[in-house]
Write a new protein. Sequence first.
Length: 262
Amino acid sequence: MKPQYVTVSFSGGKDSTAMLLRMMELGEHIDEVINVDTGMEFPAMYDHIEGVRKIVEAHGIKYTRLANPKSYEYIMLHQEIKSDKFGTHHGYGWPTPVIRWCTRHMKLDLLKAHFRPLKEKYEVIQCIGLAADELTRLSRPANLEPGHRHPLVEWGWSEEDCLKYCFERGGAYDEGWRDLYRIFNRVSCWCCPLAPIGELRKLWKLYPDLWARLQEWEDYMNAHGPYYAKFKQDWTVKALGDRFAKEDKARREQRLLEEWIL
Ligand code: SF4
């Protein structure tokens, strides 16, 4: 029998944060907390992750940050790629529902490499922060592997319970993080083309500097070849930005009209 080694996957999101802090509160044994960093989180998310890292380490628990030495931007725009259609070219372009290269290169490969030697020595228990009401994600084979544990499901904690718990017990480092959850329904990489249009609209409106980076990347892709898919299905960043600006103007005019009539 190999000894057990308990890890907690911590993304910085509300569910994994609630799971981790509650496990610590309950005095559960944790050997290692693992954060996989794509480098593309919102700045406020990094403040939160850093705040939680300090809490974890103050409890004497090992904290590991895994990150691909190549950046998201490098892999998206510059990494050498071979494809049947275009031969050798550079960069995968935007992630799409079919080619989610970021999940593989920025997350899964790193986790596999990290767990491989651990699994030789230990029976590794991976605590994963899926909430009790995330039934679709819970039924995926990738979340049901031997050694996976779902503490939030054991406790019957929904996504709403997790957010409430985090809001009640967060520290000063959490202010910007709380705003993220007041603004967005889901918080993940700010540049994710797979985010719903409504979430991208909020990014355009409230984070113009980040939107400008998306536009810079798109300009680069436009200047460097036909290999790159559009940002989101039929939408380019430029077309989406124009659409949001038009909708925003119409909304403001409507509001002014209503104020004037009243
Ligand atoms: S959130 Fe989007 S951009 Fe980030 S790793 Fe997942 S699919 Fe890729």
